[in-house]
Write a protein that binds this ligand. Structure first.
Ligand code: HEM
Ligand code: HEM
Ligand SMILES: [Fe+2]
Length: 455
């Protein structure tokens, strides 16, 4: 940790761990409700649990991106964060908004805009918070002693993500219009600008962990940005097939979204190629696992499983079923959860000075959570395929079908338990590392690798 203000990142990461754990609790509430164990129904009905589960996901990932930026930008810009104080204010206000939003969901204070359920007054607070964050990071980059492609792409990704939040705040009476613009947020985030955030974080980690030249790595980053924009922008059309928009979207959405996996394939090939060229052997193997794992799992979850239902002929049958949940889980996990966990794994020894890299807990956390999430994806897949067949081909009643597929949720709960063991191990390890240490200020990655720090 070269700069004092990088310590801020630690507290963003700690918040991340807390919100992530809470997200899983709501996942279980839904899983059990699905098999008829719905004792909490009065307090947490399924729709509340669902909104809380997905919004917590989005908030902990954004908190993780912010933490990553507070750790990476000082190093890339070679200076302290512009205002450490503003960073603290921003973290605290983010937590306050989050707590109010979650409490509100339980009191039925929310809007029916899937993934963007936070009510309007809180939206404005989110906007103010994110503006403070962008100002702080932007000024750090601007006044920096060094500009790198990695930091510029990271900033541009974060900036565009904030900008794209706004179309989701316009009020429409018309359902089609409302849906149309909701996708500018949800789709253009995960299949557009978040990919730039992911690409730049991958680039940063690969530079640090493989020792391959920055020039080589950043050239790949340009290719990824290009592929993302080429496919992802018009790929939005895959959500416009049957919602009341003109039929040309069937062609545009089908063709361009079918190209989207290329960007994820690019990232996977990129990570593997850099790994194979690795000049130096960084001792933090667990961080490397999460980094390469992220590139590969995002290709499977977003690229492969996204393609599986993106053509209009297929989506006609699968839209809004558990096939979507199957894809949503592995895509979010592979691309965005894993990249945040990768950055945390890399930064942790450098912030705390503890050389706990590659301990058994860390390795087990990696394998258990990944095997667990892969199994969860399998459970959602069989449930989803059965649902599509019974409901959309045989024409059975919606609720009768839900009862037929109940058994697959027993499988889901088992898989989710395995997954959760992995995440508990990860959080346990996070706590074991301890708090950030002032002794580490000014100690670079190279110095630590060469001997600084303690066991
Ligand atoms: C990391 C990137 C991605 C993430 C996190 C992600 C996540 C999600 C989520 C959560 C949904 C449900 C959204 C909602 O109903 O509000 C969804 C829908 C969808 N995704 Fe992705 N996705 C990603 C990439 C992709 C890619 C690359 C493709 C295509 C190749 C794709 C194809 C689709 C399709 C077609 C739907 C609509 C499903 C339906 O009609 O119900 N996704 N995605
Ligand atoms: C303990 C682990 C988890 C369990 C038991 C669980 C369970 C569930 C359930 C039952 C649903 C609702 C599906 C339906 O509509 O019936 C859901 C939705 C969702 N979960 Fe999870 N989940 C877990 C962890 C995660 C994680 C780690 C992520 C992200 C990395 C995630 C992302 C999502 C998303 C994006 C949706 C919405 C999917 C859609 O739009 O169709 N979940 N989850
Ligand atoms: Fe999409």
């Amino acid at each position: 940790m070269k700069f004092r203000s990088q310590k801020l990142a630690y507290w963003f990461f700690a918040t991340c761990m807390l919100l992530f754990a809470l997200q899983l609790v709501y996942g279980f509430v839904m899983g059990f409700a699905r098999i008829g164990m719905d004792g909490l129904h009065e307090f947490i009905p399924f729709n509340t649990a669902r909104a809380t589960h997905t919004n917590l996901l989005v908030v902990w990932l954004l908190t993780g991106f912010m933490g990553a930026a507070y750790f990476i930008i000082p190093e890339e810009s070679d200076r302290e964060i512009y205002s450490e104080k503003l960073g603290w204010i921003q973290l605290i206000s983010l937590v306050v908004v989050g707590v109010v939003a979650i409490a509100g969901f339980h009191l039925n204070w929310w809007e029916g805009r899937k993934f963007l359920e936070i009510p309007r007054p809180l939206d404005f607070l989110v906007v103010v918070n994110v503006l403070a964050f962008l100002f702080n990071i932007g000024m750090t980059v601007w006044k920096g002693n060094r500009y790198t492609t990695t930091s510029l792409v990271l900033f541009f990704g974060l900036f565009s993500a904030a900008l794209l939040y706004l179309p989701g705040m316009i009020y429409f009476h018309n359902q089609t219009l409302d849906s149309y613009f909701r996708w500018w947020v949800v789709h253009l985030w995960v299949e557009g600008v978040w990919e730039l955030i992911m690409g730049s974080l991958l680039a940063y980690l690969l530079i640090k962990l493989t020792g391959v030249d920055r020039e080589v790595i950043e050239k790949w980053l340009y290719v990824i940005v290009g592929l993302t924009f080429l496919s992802g922008i018009l790929g939005t059309g895959h959500h416009y097939y049957y919602i009341g928009t003109p039929s040309y979207w069937l062609w545009i959405g089908g063709i361009f979204s079918a190209l989207e996996p290329l960007a994820f394939l690019g990232m996977a090939l990129f990570a593997i190629a850099m790994y194979r060229r690795a000049g130096r052997s960084h001792p933090n193997k667990v961080a490397l696992y999460w980094t390469i794992g992220c590139a590969i799992m995002s290709f499977v979850g977003a690229g492969f499983l996204g393609f599986a239902h993106t053509l209009p002929q297929v989506n006609l049958y699968t839209h809004g079923t558990l096939v979507t949940a199957m894809h949503g889980h592995l895509a979010f996990w592979g691309a965005y959860a894993m990249i945040v966990l990768a950055v945390i794994s890399y930064a942790q020894p450098l912030m705390t000075g503890r050389k706990l890299w590659n301990n058994m807990t860390g390795l087990l956390a990696f394998w258990t959570s990944n095997i667990g999430m892969t199994s969860m994806t399998g459970a959602f897949a069989v449930a989803g395929i059965a649902q599509v067949y019974l409901e959309r081909r045989l024409g059975m009643d919606f609720l009768a079908v839900q009862e037929e597929i109940e058994i697959h949720f027993v499988g889901l709960i088992l898989a989710a338990s395995l997954f959760s063991v992995g995440i508990i191990l990860y959080i346990y390890n996070f706590i074991k590392f301890g708090l950030p240490s002032d002794e580490m200020i000014g100690v670079s990655d190279e110095k630590m690798t060469a001997g600084a720090g303690r066991e």
